[in-house]
Write a protein that binds this ligand. Structure first.
Ligand code: HH2
Length: 271
């Protein structure tokens, strides 16, 4: 499934400032759904490397009018990209049904109770450090194993506090406290994380590691993104969080058609 990104921010690394105006954000969300987004992720605080946090009042002021308008206008599920329980609660009241918490419930002690009580979907993402400091010196012995252990622990922690297994999705957190080789290893061995038994969400759209590989600015990374998206799907990713829904749909449709043939029995292949 494709999750379309809507950033109601002045400073996101790709689309910062483009959708800060609520009307522009709503129009963008509707366009993503028309292009085939299966769900939307709406956020009002950038988590790019070096970003400083936004206070709750400002985050809600940006986010809630957009969630309210989009929820009235579209049928697809809306996820809210926040780590603050107050913002998440207002967004759930406004029509969102998933909380995408990049801190994996470590940012706000009230978040786990909110998710348990409301039954909202929950994305638990791996991050080493915080957005302000995470790219200073990320370090792992075995990045895939360590991300897997972390995600399993966060899921267990949430379930001990009343969140049910079916609410949870896991995300390896591409680019969050990871250098190029860490991101490549995670994507190359993503399938290992499917063993944890939860759906996998992956957000790699236009990120810095793609820029490093192809030596292109953020505006020119759609093709590089498509290659990584296709590979992540092959490795078992269930939901791809992307800025470019229309562009990513085509490679995914082709990939799916070919994958189905790989899975079909030999007899049928020769029919
Ligand atoms: N990446 C970003 C933001 N939120 N959430 C999840 N679950 N997984 C991700 O990989 C992820 C995320 C960063 O992308 P973007 O929202 O475009 O940028 P910014 O944080 O600068 O707004």
């Amino acid at each position: 499934m494709l999750m379309g990104v809507v950033n109601v921010t002045p400073d996101s690394f790709f689309d910062g400032g483009r959708f800060l105006d609520p009307q522009a954000a709503v129009a963008h969300a509707l366009r993503l759904v028309e292009e085939g987004a299966d769900l939307l992720d709406i956020g009002a605080e950038s988590t790019r490397p070096g970003a400083t946090s936004v206070d709750e009042a400002e985050e809600s002021r940006r986010l809630i009018p957009v969630v309210t308008a989009v929820a009235k206008a579209v049928a697809v599920p809306i996820s809210v990209d926040t780590s603050k329980a107050g913002v998440a609660k207002a967004a759930l009241d406004a029509g969102a049904i998933i909380v995408n918490d990049v801190t994996a419930l470590r940012g706000d002690p009230a978040m786990v109770e909110l998710v348990a009580e409301t039954g909202a979907g929950l994305v638990l993402m791996h991050m080493q450090g915080t957005p302000r400091t995470m790219q200073e010196a990320p370090h792992y012995h075995d990045v895939v194993e360590e991300v897997g252990v972390f995600l399993a622990e966060r899921a267990r922690w949430a379930m001990e506090r009343g969140v049910t297994k079916s609410q949870i999705l896991l995300d390896p957190g591409v680019g969050f406290g990871k250098v190029l080789v860490h991101n490549l290893d995670l994507l190359a061995r993503l399938r290992i994380l499917t063993n944890l038994g939860f759906p996998l969400l992956v957000g790699l759209s236009r990120k810095g590691f793609i820029g490093q590989l192809i030596d292109r600015p953020v505006q020119d990374r759609a093709w590089g993104t498509a290659a990584a998206v296709a590979l992540a799907v092959e490795q078992g990713a269930n939901i791809l969080r992307v800025h470019d829904v229309a562009a990513m749909r085509d490679p995914l449709l082709v990939l799916q058609a070919i994958s189905r043939r790989i899975a079909s029995p030999l007899r049928e292949q020769h029919a």
